[in-house]
Design a binder for this molecule. Structure first.
Ligand code: MLT
Ligand code: ZN
Length: 471
């Protein structure tokens, strides 16, 4: 039966559209973190929405499961192949056209396989801003970014991916195409379906194109890296910036001293931009559209007040776009540096912003009690309450022994997160890694509604099986 399906897919998609040789399929069958490696019957690379629809319909007719995939940069196995070798990967990379950029409507219509960076660059050329930025933006694709409702560095100012979403085009599990590519700011016409697909991690439909909201480009931008004594000092500094002008804060990121040490050790060209090592650092970026007023002077004023108040012990302000990029590199290479250092357990968690210092203190204590010598490496988006509470293996421990305790470690962190009314997944999604947690965190009517939606849209259960919902 599979042979017949593969032949039909070959006919539908043509030569570059289907891979069946294991060596060719290998890069699509393993995740970035190396946690999941699977076997697929084929990897499809359709070039149009119609081809995606035809392929999905054929798979549904043959009762074969489909795993949608974008840039494959996810952290929770959201595009992992979970079956016995019969599943088919639908990779969206060849749907890579920017359809329209409209600087009056301030919208971008873009296909799913365009990388976030390519979309940002195209929009910038048109004089606008696509205000979504994540560390993996050079590889992550728009479809995946929307499917997981990515957050990233600018959530504090512009919200998450779904907040920028005006319209969607989706291939449904039976192969129908839903064209909801509207670009309206107001449209109260029944259930908001685009928001159902955003964040559904490819379990309800495959996003093939989207209309996204653009923002005006800030005409003044300043960035500074500050040395802070503690997470509490970082939070107090955030409040100071908020008090001055909350709308000017584009990003407010936290890094631990240990985390930055690893970046400097493992990432070529990375160096400490400050006089001395500190227990923690804040990377703050301000931006305003207005040309009046001097943003640099405002930043200097806030920082000098912060020095006097003892919140900051040292700071450097970027003098050029290049220096700004170097400061960002120190933050964005955290995941890569941690990967090079050894095995890590990642906790992408969120709490109310005011509770971040307590989260870091209590979760660190719990993990250190649980695994003596564990290296606590928290970093992330303190301005919106999302911390990547990552933990590295003790130096003298085997990676496999450490990873064998991942559930225990995640539970210890999540216990603190729950007591602070937070979430066990802030921006990375549930994938298959965190599916077992859903019953505890989202049980009762909430999970029941999710199961009913899944059954209604995908009665055969063929789209991205074993993701998000516990079976
Ligand atoms: C980041 O903010 O750099 C990412 O979400 C990556 C991570 O959690 O490791
Ligand atoms: Zn992040």
């Amino acid at each position: 039966m599979h042979d017949e399906l593969i032949q039909k897919l070959q006919k539908t998609l043509g030569n570059p559209g289907i891979l069946t040789v294991p060596a060719d399929m290998a890069p699509y069958c393993e995740d970035w973190r190396g946690l999941y490696r699977g076997r697929a019957a084929a990897v499809l690379r359709p070039a149009t929405t119609e081809q995606v629809a035809d392929a999905v319909r054929l798979c549904a007719e043959h009762n074969v499961a489909v795993v949608p995939q974008g840039g494959n940069t996810g952290m929770v196995g959201g595009t992992a192949i979970t079956g016995d070798g019969s599943q088919i990967v639908v990779n969206l990379s060849r749907l890579n056209r920017i359809r329209t950029i409209d600087p009056i409507d301030m919208t971008l219509e873009v296909e799913a396989g365009v990388t976030l960076k390519a979309a940002q660059d195209a929009v910038e050329t048109a004089g606008c801003l696509l205000p979504l930025s994540i560390s993996s933006e050079g590889t992550a694709q728009i479809g995946g970014v929307l499917a997981v409702n990515a957050g990233g560095n600018n959530t504090v100012k512009y919200g998450n991916a779904r907040d920028l979403l005006l319209g969607l085009e989706v291939v449904l599990p039976d192969g129908q195409i839903w064209n909801g590519l509207r670009r309206l700011r107001k449209d109260n016409t029944g259930y908001c379906l685009r928001q159902l697909f955003a964040g559904s991690e490819g379990t309800l439909g495959i996003i093939t194109a989207a209309v996204m909201k653009l923002a005006p480009r800030p005409r003044q931008i300043e960035a500074a890296m500050c040395a802070v004594e503690s997470p509490q000092a970082a939070l107090d500094l955030f409040r100071k910036f908020q008090h001055h002008d909350p709308d000017a804060i584009l990003a407010f990121e936290y890094m631990s001293g240990e985390g930055l040490d690893l970046v400097i050790e493992h990432i070529p060209g990375a160096s400490l931009p400050l006089g001395a090592r500190a227990p923690g650092y804040v990377l703050v970026e301000l931006g305003v559209v207005r040309t009046s007023g001097d943003l640099r002077a405002e930043l200097e004023l806030i920082l000098s007040e912060a020095f006097e108040a003892g919140l900051v012990s040292d700071a450097v302000i970027a003098e050029s776009g290049q220096q700004r990029a170097s400061l960002w590199k120190l933050r964005e290479e955290h995941s890569e540096a941690q990967k090079r250092e050894g095995a890590s357990v990642k906790n992408d968690v969120s709490v109310p912003v005011s509770a971040v210092p307590e989260l870091l203190r209590r979760a660190s204590e719990s993990c250190e009690r649980l695994v003596p010598g564990i290296r606590v490496m928290p970093f992330g988006h303190i301005g919106d309450g999302n911390i990547h509470f990552n933990l590295l293996q003790p130096k003298e421990m085997q990676a496999s022994d450490f990873l064998a305790r991942d559930r225990e470690i995640m539970s210890a962190v999540n216990e603190v997160v729950q007591s602070l009314h937070g979430s066990f997944s802030a921006e990375h999604g549930v994938g298959c890694l965190k599916t077992p947690l859903m019953r505890h965190w989202r049980g009762g009517p909430e999970l029941e509604i999710m199961h009913r939606l899944k059954r209604a849209l995908d009665p055969q259960g063929l789209l991205n099986p074993k993701k998000v919902l516990p079976s």
